[in-house]
Design a protein around this ligand. Structure first.
Ligand SMILES: Cc1ncc(COP(=O)(O)O)c(C=O)c1O
Length: 374
C-alpha cells in the first residue's frame, strides 16, 4: 500500500448517516441540507450558509452575482486550483493575476494594489494550504477602491484569522467539501457571508432561479404547493441530502480532525528542523492554519523530480500544488507577470497529511526525506 498525499477520513457514522438518508425517501435538496447549513453557519459564526455541490459552484455563484461585464477585471492569485480563475472567465470577465508572497504562498496585497485599474471589480484571495490570506489588507484595498472581496477557503475549513473563523470575516467565503478536503461531503461546497440578503439570492440561483425549492413546496413541510416562479437564470448547484448527511457527521468531527492535522504538521516541523536545504511551511503568528496541505520548498539546485522519484520508490506519493494558473495554456495569452509564483512553484512538494495517517507511515515519510542525499 502506498502512502497517498491526501485521503478522506470516513467512519461508520458517516456510512450510517448515508444509509439513513437512503432509507428516508428524500435524497435531494431537503431537510439534511437545511440542517447542515444551520450547523455549518453556527460553527463558522457566519450570518448564513448556502450549501452547494462544489466550491467551483460557490465561486461561480459569487462572481455571477457581481454582474461582471466583458471589459471588467477581477484580481486573483495564480497559486490555486483552476476553479478560482475559471469562476471569473465563466462570467466573461478578465482574470488579472497578482503575485504571491514567498512565505505563505498567498496573494500579495502590494501587488494587488499595483494591479487595480478603473476596470477592476473584485479581488479573490485563496487561503493556500489552509493558511488564511491577508484578510485585513485585502479587505481594506477592496473597501478603499469600491471592490468586492471574495475568499476562496477551499483549503481553510476550520482555520482562524486573528481569532475569528474563516468564513465569518469576508463578505463572501467559498468552501469546498470535495473528497479530500478537511471536511468532506464526497463532493460539496458552500458560500458563507456577512450580508444576509445574499442568502435568499444564492438559494434561488443554486436551484435554477426557482423562487421556492422542492422541499419548501413539499407536502411534508406545508401540504404540497405546486406553484413556483423562475425569475432568474440560475444553475443546478444545490447540495443533496446524501452529501449533507456526510457533512453533518464530518462537521461534528472537524475540530478533532484539524487537531490531528496540526499534530502531524508539528511532528514534520520538528523532524525536519535541522535539514538546512528544506524550507518548511510558515504559519504567521496571528493565524491558525487548518493544515490542508503540508508544503515544503526545495532549493533551486535540488531537482524536484529526483525528490519525487525518491519518495515514489519508497511507496510515498507526494503532490504538487500548483502549477500556477497563469502558466496553463488557457491563461498564457494573458501574459501575466508573477515572478514569485512562476519561480517558487517549481520547488514545492506537498507531503502526506490527513487525519488517518498512521505514526508508522508518517515515520516512513520523515525517514525518506531525512535519507535523501541533496
Ligand atoms: C483552492 C481551491 N479552490 C477551489 C476548488 C474547487 O473545489 P471543488 O472541487 O469543491 O469544486 C479547489 C478544489 O480542489 C481548491 O483547491
Amino acid at each position: 500500500m502506498t502512502i497517498p498525499v491526501l485521503k478522506p477520513s470516513i467512519t461508520d457514522e458517516e456510512i450510517q448517516a448515508v444509509v439513513e438518508v437512503m432509507r428516508s425517501g428524500w435524497l435531494g435538496l431537503g431537510p439534511k441540507t437545511n440542517e447542515f447549513e444551520e450547523k455549518f453557519a453556527e460553527y463558522i459564526k457566519a450570518k448564513y450558509c448556502v450549501a452547494l455541490n462544489s466550491c467551483t459552484a460557490a465561486l461561480h455563484l459569487v462572481t455571477n452575482a457581481l454582474n461582471l461585464g466583458p471589459d471588467e477585471e477581477v484580481i486573483v492569485t495564480p497559486m490555486t486550483f483552476i476553479s478560482t480563475v475559471h469562476s471569473i472567465s465563466y462570467c466573461g470577465a478578465k482574470p488579472v493575476f497578482a503575485d504571491i508572497l514567498p512565505d505563505t504562498l498567498n496573494i500579495n496585497p502590494a501587488d494587488v494594489n499595483q494591479k487595480i485599474t478603473s476596470k477592476t471589480r473584485a479581488i479573490i484571495g485563496v487561503d493556500m494550504a489552509g493558511h488564511p490570506c491577508d484578510l485585513d489588507e485585502l479587505m481594506k484595498l477592496a473597501t478603499d477602491h469600491g471592490l468586492t472581496f471574495i475568499e476562496d477557503a477551499a483549503h481553510a475549513c476550520g482555520a482562524l484569522y486573528k481569532g475569528k473563523p474563516v468564513g465569518s470575516i469576508a463578505p463572501f467565503t467559498c468552501f469546498s467539501f470535495h473528497a479530500v478536503k478537511n471536511l468532506t461531503c464526497g463532493e460539496g461546497g458552500a458560500i458563507t457571508g456577512t450580508n444576509e440578503w445574499f442568502e435568499k439570492w444564492f438559494k434561488e440561483m443554486r436551484w435554477l432561479g426557482i423562487s421556492k425549492d422542492t422541499w419548501e413546496r413539499s407536502e411534508e413541510k406545508h401540504g404540497y404547493q405546486w406553484k413556483y416562479w423562475v425569475e432568474n437564470m440560475g444553475f443546478k448547484y444545490h447540495m443533496s441530502d446524501i452529501a449533507a448527511a456526510i457533512g453533518i457527521v464530518q462537521l461534528r468531527r472537524l475540530s478533532q480532525l484539524n487537531q490531528i492535522r496540526q499534530n502531524i504538521a508539528n511532528e514534520y516541523n520538528q523532524a525536519f528542523a535541522d535539514i538546512d536545504w528544506l524550507t518548511l511551511p510558515q504559519e504567521r503568528s496571528y493565524v491558525k492554519s487548518s493544515w490542508h496541505l503540508y508544503q515544503v520548498k526545495l532549493p533551486d539546485e535540488i531537482s524536484r523530480d529526483r525528490m519525487i522519484n525518491h519518495l515514489l520508490e519508497r511507496g510515498i506519493t507526494p503532490g504538487v500544488h500548483y502549477l500556477p494558473a497563469h502558466l496553463h495554456p488557457y491563461y498564457r495569452p494573458l501574459k501575466s507577470i508573477c515572478p514569485v509564483a512562476s519561480e517558487i512553484w517549481k520547488r514545492l512538494i506537498s507531503l502526506p497529511i490527513y487525519p488517518d495517517l498512521s505514526q508508522d507511515d508518517q515515520g516512513k515519510v520523515i525517514e525518506a526525506i531525512r535519507n535523501f542525499k541533496p
